[in-house]
Write a protein that binds this ligand. Structure first.
Ligand code: AMP
Length: 113
């Protein structure tokens, strides 16, 4: 059962997305407001609110999301990229369905804002 968020709606096919990857555990699609030439979101099919609320039983799923992030980056032709997981509103999380941002295609400054 997908979450009652905009990403839940994407998972249920109720709103469109520009999907770049899918498997039995997750999907990846382009961010609607890209912060770089490549900006993809990898989300689990099952509802996980954020990293803070992830459970030990979801350890394998979390690892899978990171491996898919790397796969998507390669698929997009990136040899350098950044992954970001905002957890909590004060950290910038706006959609409360766990997602891994995959960002690349331009030089990325550090530290982030
Ligand atoms: P965060 O602020 O870390 O929760 O990231 C949420 C991301 O979801 C933002 O980068 C938004 O631009 C993106 N976003 C929101 N709605 C959509 C949508 N319908 N399709 C694709 N990306 C979206």
């Amino acid at each position: 059962m997908a979450s009652d968020t905009i990403f839940g709606k994407i998972l249920r096919g109720e709103i469109p997305s520009d999907q770049v990857y899918a498997d039995e555990r997750c999907i990846a699609f382009r961010d609607v407001a890209p912060q770089a030439p490549v900006h993809v979101l990898v989300i689990p099919r099952e509802p996980v609110v954020n990293l803070a609320e992830a459970e030990e039983s979801q350890a394998e799923l979390l690892g899978h999301l990171l491996l898919v992030a790397a796969k998507v980056a390669k698929q997009e032709g990136l040899n350098a990229f950044r992954t970001v997981i905002n957890s909590g509103a004060e950290a910038g999380q706006t959609v409360f369905h766990l997602h891994v941002h995959v960002i690349g295609g331009r030089p990325l400054a550090w530290p982030p804002g």
